[in-house]
Design a protein around this ligand. Structure first.
Ligand SMILES: NC(=O)c1ccc[n+]([C@@H]2O[C@H](COP(=O)([O-])OP(=O)(O)OC[C@H]3O[C@@H](n4cnc5c(N)ncnc54)[C@H](O)[C@@H]3O)[C@@H](O)[C@H]2O)c1
Length: 470
């Protein structure tokens, strides 16, 4: 992480802090102040953590008319933002330039500057640790930083995905260490982020927002805040309920993806195409919702969040069998995809996977993004090479493999450019990500075996006999 000098932005923002401090002894007046400022969209909104979630949120708050401060511990992100560049692949530079115009968005590198904020929204990571237990160190670290700047009348909202009880049992006690009480001196709420990076149909402002708080004033303030930013706000009775909403959504996806991956495997053995089956099933106008199989789970949410509940459930001596089972089925998907490719190579080309030249198409965990967190592609690449294949990859969004926790040995490898000469060298291609803008027909024309785990070759007109669904 770079270090940059941020003394100026602190001084600058202090000078612009709201008039007249309000003491904890006057909760009613501070309440009126924050509510009025939220209603007039004058409240200064600070977003802590400017990643896939925080930066689009900061942009949406700016567009809603709020003055916005953006804070991140990664100083290189702040430097980029100050130059009008986006540090997040799914947010274009133009968005940063547009929200920075007229000083509406201020990137800050000094946490002291957060004193000037009326609202602080926390969007920091919530990964699993080495033992697959929740790693709340980012939330705790943010709380420890905020307690030094917390002042009466502020609204703090946690957005990071986490298990029920985090806001109340982990964040609140840290914030209260400075002597201010949640619900009395400052307001505290939880609102789960439902951002789907790269989704052109739904963005931060058009996705309804659930907000939960453990007291009425905090909930009302959070409703006012998000009501100004997003199309619809859905209040729930507590921070725990709001935390559980997010986990329920992601567990629902995990279990259904696990189910459809299992069905793919079973139906494939019966020579039935799962994609055709899903198309047929989804013609039912009620009671069925399509989920699609793939090479395995990826991204920051689905492979991780459900296990936050599994961890918390241990406290209640309750197993989470659906979650564990879906996790197992999905974890087996990358290996099954590699097995299917090996079998196709042997059956169709009389070649062994060992020694075969394989083109792996797509590193990102989903289409049209540069995000490869938890992507199954790296596991697949690793497995292919462990079984003796010579693997090259291509991803239009990821030209070089960055450093990852799971596969540091792959960092720095460069992708191959696609042209008739390079394509002609491969015995097989394995499509892991269905990015747009790739000439899949050219791939099928040039490579004898094309294993497609995403059904992206459905539109290929010629040479379909070379394609196998895996
Ligand atoms: N990415 C998604 O699609 C998505 C969707 C819904 C919810 N979420 C949840 O939102 C949260 C954030 O996810 P993300 O994808 O934006 O992560 P991210 O890694 O893209 O961004 C997090 C940012 O927080 C910064 N950060 C870390 N510690 C900090 C601190 N103490 N103070 C300030 N900044 C700090 C990091 O430098 C990084 O820029 C997670 O809990 C995630 O589960 C993510």
């Amino acid at each position: 992480m770079d270090r940059i000098d941020s003394a100026t932005d602190t001084a600058d923002l202090r000078a612009r802090a709201p008039d007249g401090p309000v003491t904890p002894a006057e909760p009613r007046s501070f309440g009126a102040d924050i509510f009025a400022r939220l209603e007039r969209r004058e409240a200064r909104v600070a977003v802590v953590g400017l990643g896939y979630v925080g930066l689009p949120l900061a942009a949406a708050a700016c567009r809603a008319g709020f003055p916005v401060l953006g804070f991140d511990v990664d100083a290189s992100k702040i430097s980029k933002l100050r130059l009008g560049q986006s540090p997040v692949g799914t947010v274009p530079n133009e968005t940063v330039v547009a929200i920075s115009a007229g000083g509406r968005f201020t990137p800050i590198a000094d946490p002291e500057a957060l004193k000037a904020a009326d609202v602080v929204i926390i969007c920091v990571p919530t990964p699993l640790d080495r033992h697959r237990n929740p790693d709340l160190s980012y939330i705790e670290g943010t709380g420890q930083m905020l307690v030094k700047v917390l002042r009466p009348g502020q609204l703090v909202v946690l957005e990071s995905t986490t298990y029920p009880g985090t806001t109340d049992e982990v964040l609140r006690p840290i914030l209260e260490r400075g002597g201010l009480k949640a619900g009395e001196d400052f307001l505290l709420a939880y609102s789960p982020e439902r951002e789907d990076p790269g989704n052109k149909d739904f963005g931060t402002s058009s996705i309804p927002r659930v907000v939960g708080a453990d007291d009425d004033r905090s909930r009302r303030a959070a409703e006012l805040l998000y009501g100004a930013i997003v199309a619809k706000v859905v209040p729930v009775s507590s921070t725990r309920a709001a935390e559980a909403v997010k986990l329920t959504e992601n567990i629902f996806r995990l279990v259904n993806i696990g189910l459809v991956n299992e069905l793919k495997h079973i139906l494939g053995q019966m020579d039935i195409d799962i994609w055709e089956v899903i198309e047929g099933a989804k013609s039912k106008p009620f009671g069925f919702m399509p989920f699609y199989p793939g090479p395995g789970l990826g991204g920051h949410c689905i492979p991780i969040d459900p296990f936050y509940l599994t961890w918390k459930a241990r406290e209640f001596d309750t197993p989470t069998r659906f979650i564990e089972l879906a996790g197992e089925v999905n974890a087996a998907a990358p290996r099954r995809v590699v097995d299917a490719l090996a079998e196709a190579l042997s059956r169709r080309s009389r070649k062994s996977l060992a020694g075969a030249k394989v083109l792996l198409m797509g590193l990102a965990y989903k289409k049209n993004v540069d995000d490869m967190r938890e992507s199954p592609s790296l596991t697949i690449l690793h497995t292919l090479e462990a079984r003796g294949a010579q693997v090259e990859f291509h991803d239009p969004h990821i030209p070089i493999i960055p450093m990852t926790r799971e596969h540091p040995e792959l960092a720095g490898r460069e992708g191959v450019a696609l042209n008739p000469e390079t394509l002609a060298a491969f015995d097989a291609a394995l499509i892991c990500t269905d990015h747009d803008g790739v000439d899949y027909q050219a791939l099928v024309d040039a490579i004898p075996v094309v294993a497609d785990s995403r059904n992206v070759t459905k539109a290929v007109a010629h040479g379909r006999e070379r394609v196998i669904r895996v």
